[in-house]
Write a protein that binds this ligand. Structure first.
Ligand code: GCU
Length: 416
């Protein structure tokens, strides 16, 4: 009898999980539920925040805790992991525009396990003094980001089921990496394959630099938490070992799932002066409570390893969320965020991304700064560059030369 009951309950649970994957997706603005975003400046005990000191002392830590415990998981402070660096290649590249460096990171965990990751760094040549840097993960290996044939394949490629596919071919993603443009404008760019830090697959998690088990407690970090931690390890290296890098002018950038990651990294690590989220959508810049495009049910069903298990509670129940993504963006202040959308990327809810960026403004005001000004979503190709920034461009889910141009214009303003 007891066994029968357990079997029934298990079946019910499995069916519920399966149904989640098919939760409806809304693309109709008139079907967006009535919702109120949780107030940025009212604490859980009702205290109203009036000063930046109160924000820093009380509200910011409270919100940071919420995002840690209920969305991305708690980032460990002390991992005991040691990192060693080995320069594998260095020399002129990109027609003499850059000095290229390829650096192997070897992570050793306290139990002696080793993991390798490969950084590709382009430093501008003929620039006197220290330079700002843009740090961004790539999806399929450093070799895909450039047509230069001397770029070593990222080691995680070998783990992947699709390693033989065209996705991993040299230069395949080059259109997303405007290295020349950045270098000509005096920026260094550092990239690494995100799978090197933790493979984006539930069956390969044993290859993660940070340990992640198959069974996780409610607030245990998922892979977004691990990738965000990895962004900080790249910053460590650049800060301590690259004399040409200005450690006070580091920007972190990411596209899509890596845009979600860049935001979470930027919130936690104050060394990132500008945080760029390109088409990050659900669980990134977009407001969850609009339930437009991708929603919590869909994302947690399709990518159960990305968030902490507690986030599943809000599957088909966004109304119950005690926070929303505008508060995540606000945690970056007084540093700067840049949210960018694409018109045809409705899955990522461009309007929800814009509103979230707008609703973060009261915190900039507290700092005597100017977030996005009140008003409707701007038309395409008309960037808003304040202490926080937003643009929407024509086209689909991608990183384009137009995006890079806007980001560099903004970085020129904020980092010079
Ligand atoms: C999927 C996923 C998105 C994610 C995107 C990406 O579409 O649903 O949440 O942003 O992949 O990373 O490309």
């Amino acid at each position: 009898m007891k066994h029968h009951l357990i079997l029934c309950l298990t079946l019910i649970a499995l069916t519920a999980a399966a149904q989640n994957k098919n939760a409806p997706v809304n693309y109709d603005e008139s079907q967006v539920p009535a919702f109120q975003v949780p107030d940025l400046l009212t604490c859980s005990d009702g205290t109203r925040i009036e000063t930046r000191r109160q924000w820093q002392r009380k509200r910011r830590p409270e919100l940071l805790r919420l995002f840690s415990e209920q969305e991305y998981g708690i980032t460990p402070k002390h991992t005991g992991i040691k990192v060693k660096y080995e320069t594998l290649a260095s020399g002129p590249a990109l027609g003499g525009l850059a000095t290229q460096k390829q650096v192997r990171f070897v992570f050793t965990s306290p139990d002696g396990q080793k993991h390798e990751a490969l950084l590709l760094l382009y430093l501008p040549r003929n620039v006197a003094g220290r330079v700002p840097v843009i740090i961004a993960y790539n999806f399929h290996g450093n070799q895909t980001t450039t047509l230069q044939h001397d770029v070593i394949f990222s080691p995680s490629k070998e783990l992947m089921k699709d390693a033989g596919s065209g996705k991993w071919v040299c230069g395949e993603q080059a259109s997303r990496w405007c290295y020349e443009m950045a270098l000509q404008r005096g920026y260094a760019v550092a990239t690494m394959c995100y799978h090197d830090i933790c493979p984006d697959s539930p069956t390969l998690l044993s290859h993660s630099v940070l340990p992640i088990g198959t069974h996780r407690e409610a607030s245990d970090y998922g892979t977004i938490g691990i990738w965000a931690w990895g962004y900080s390890r790249i910053a460590d290296y650049l800060q301590k070992h690259e004399r040409q890098i200005d450690k006070h002018r580091m920007a972190v950038m990411g596209h899509s799932r890596l845009g979600k990651t860049a935001l979470w990294a930027g919130v936690q690590d104050k060394r990132f002066r500008v945080v760029i989220s390109n088409n990050s959508g659900c669980g990134g810049a977009a407001l969850s409570k609009r339930v437009f495009g991708e929603n919590v049910a869909r994302i947690t069903a399709a990518f159960p390893h990305w968030f902490c298990p507690a986030f599943n509670t809000y599957s088909e129940n966004e109304a119950a969320l005690p926070f929303d993504q505008h508060q995540l963006l606000a945690l970056i202040a007084p540093r700067h965020f840049y949210v960018a959308s694409a018109q045809d990327d409705q899955w990522a809810d461009p309007k929800g991304e814009y509103l979230s960026a707008l609703y973060a403004s009261p915190v900039y005001q507290l700092y005597g700064m100017q977030g996005l000004p009140d008003g409707p979503q701007p038309p395409v190709q008309q960037p808003l560059h304040y202490d926080a920034a937003y643009h929407i461009r024509t086209g689909s889910h991608d990183v384009t030369a137009y995006d890079w141009q806007c980001y560099l214009d903004y970085l020129d303003k904020m980092l010079r």
